[in-house]
Design a protein. Sequence first.
Length: 263
Amino acid sequence: MEVIIKNDATTLSAYAARLIRELIRRKPDATLGLATGGTPLLLYRELIRLHREEGLDFSFVSTFNLDEYLGLAPDHPASYHQYMRENFFNHVNVPPANIHIPSGQIQGDEIPEYCRRYEEEIQRAGGIDLQILGIGSDGHIGFNEPSSALTSRTRIKTLSPRTRQDNAPFFAGPGEVPHHVITMGVGTIMEAHHIVLLAFGEKKARAVAETVEGPISALCPSTILQMHPNATLLIDEPAAGKLQRSEYYRWVFDHKPGWQRVL
Ligand code: PGA
């Protein structure tokens, strides 16, 4: 696990964008795993800039989003379909046929088969080369809430009261946040070749400290990233505030061999 601590979210988002740019240069038909929420907004803005100003070409790229609220139509203002169009897809050239976001409109007993097919499509695309993640204040990744099986696959989950509260600002009122979602599983996420987790703000400090320094536990699903061979954690100062060994992580980063540097 590589822990990179920098002052601000803009620098870290630019770093994540450069990792994606290098991947696409190396592998034009790369498969990206994408996240939503407040955290990756600056990353999407930077990728759009790289597309416009440097010609970063997404025309062979495929994307798979982590999750979607069940019960929301794709044009609902708080749906992740809408979020992705507004914040990324409307501004770059990913072919619509290559975009995959779990449907929020699958119902009842259709859900398991739908989730199985989502997994199959990831496999058909060759697996995820680089997965962007945020982290919940409760340590969720995707919408894998505390007590999620650490080997879980894409499936329906029930949101915790805390996540519903965290996400209420995106809805007309707290009661409007759906209770159920479809999310890639922890096991699905762990199969990505490279995982890049972004965490900004003091509200994430506890979850970040557990992820990096706590025991691996389903009660904080992000802790499983300690088992991933290629995970990069991009953390701003407030989110790094509860790490015991932050000086050590900075020291390691400062002594990184030149040939490994993207930042
Ligand atoms: P946020 O959500 O980016 O809106 O903080 C992160 C998450 O829930 O994974």
